[in-house]
Design a protein around this ligand. Structure first.
Ligand code: NAG
Ligand code: NAG
Ligand code: NAG
Ligand code: NAG
Ligand code: NAG
Length: 286
């Protein structure tokens, strides 16, 4: 009974150790290569080394140095095609141009006189775009502060944050793949603090600094004033144009009248209007 208990306890401990000590996390940015290093030193030449992927333990690579066998496999859906390389010296596995579908558990098994295994948990993160800061045009024109939006498109497993200097103002996190995010910020027009919008995942970040003078140079209020000023100017200009035109027409009429008078004859003395001239000429034609 005691022996059985001891045996059970011992196997439990070894399973526990295998589960805890042998999982190594590896983070990599999409498009890069990752090396899953096999740093087991005591390895025999006739040991078989197997690399397996995923919960279903698909065989993706096999090494037998004694027989000079170095094989890689594409996986059941071909997702590893042209992406796997084996380091013939060390037995390490290299995954090139990694994508999110290659994230997951990779198990290394050494099968020989002595069995051992090691598991790598590979996390693949997307390339981070630079956040884009824009003026929030949907905002209230009567607002006395400048409304801004920091936005990113097609991101997953990221956090988007606004910083004032080095202190965090607000943030939003997303665990889905490929969605768009935006985070608002209100600043005063005369604010001279430094603000930045930061997009980050566990292994990298991208920062865009806010240029208040560029984005918030016109307050909506001054914009209204500007628009009404331009409007009144236009009205004044229109009125002035009207007057000038009327004057023009009058001048033209006057000139015409003068010319008619001159060609008519010098019998009548310079009449002040055409109507006058016609009236004066009428009796002479009779
Ligand atoms: C990397 O993988 C992507 C997606 O499968 C592919 O479009 C691209 O051409 C690959 N790049 C290289 C350098 O192999
Ligand atoms: C930022 O967003 C604006 C408006 O959507 C767009 O015109 C501009 O090209 C974007 N800039 C960058 C760097 O994405
Ligand atoms: C505009 O701002 C005023 C006061 O700041 C607020 O009462 C009103 O609801 C806002 N309107 C919209 C459409 O946001
Ligand atoms: C902006 O900075 C100047 C000096 O750098 C300071 O005198 C002024 O009070 C600041 N304005 C605000 C609104 O913080
Ligand atoms: C962004 O990454 C750099 C190093 O790449 C680090 O020094 C900096 O603290 C990070 N910034 C944030 C806000 O995480």
């Amino acid at each position: 009974m005691f022996v059985l208990f001891c045996f059970c306890w011992w196997s439990l401990i070894s399973v526990f150790v295998a589960l805890t000590d042998e999982i190594q996390s590896v983070s990599v940015v999409e498009g890069n290569s990752v090396l899953l290093r096999m740093d087991v030193t005591e390895i025999q030449d006739d040991d078989n080394i197997l690399w397996k992927f995923g919960d279903d333990h698909f065989l993706i690579a096999k090494i037998n140095r004694d027989k000079q066998i170095f094989s890689t496999f594409d996986g059941p859906d071909g997702r590893f095609r042209d992406r796997l390389k084996l380091d013939k010296q060390t037995g390490s596995l290299i995954i090139t141009n990694i994508t999110t579908e290659h994230a997951g558990l990779y198990q290394l098994q050494i099968i020989g006189a002595k069995w051992s295994s090691k598991t790598f948990n590979v996390f693949v993160y997307g390339h981070l775009p630079t956040p884009n800061i824009t003026r929030d045009s949907s905002q209230n024109l009567s607002s006395s502060s400048c409304s801004l939006l920091c936005s990113v498109v097609n991101v997953g497993h990221v956090t988007l944050s606004w910083y004032k200097g080095n202190s965090l103002l607000s943030s939003i996190s997303v665990s889905d793949l490929s969605i768009s995010l935006s985070l608002p910020l209100e600043v005063e027009y005369q604010d001279n603090n430094t603000y930045s919008c930061v997009l980050n995942n566990p292994i990298s970040n991208q920062t865009t600094h806010l240029d208040i003078s560029k984005l918030c140079h016109t307050s909506p209020v001054s914009l209204i004033v500007l628009v009404s000023a331009v409007g009144s100017l236009l009205i004044v200009a229109a009125v002035v144009m009207c007057c000038i035109c009327r004057k023009c027409r009058k001048t033209v009429t006057a000139v015409k009248t003068l010319e008619e008078d001159r060609t008519d004859s010098s019998k009548s003395r310079k009449p002040k209007s055409k109507a006058n001239a016609v009236y004066q000429n009428v009796p002479k034609k009779r």
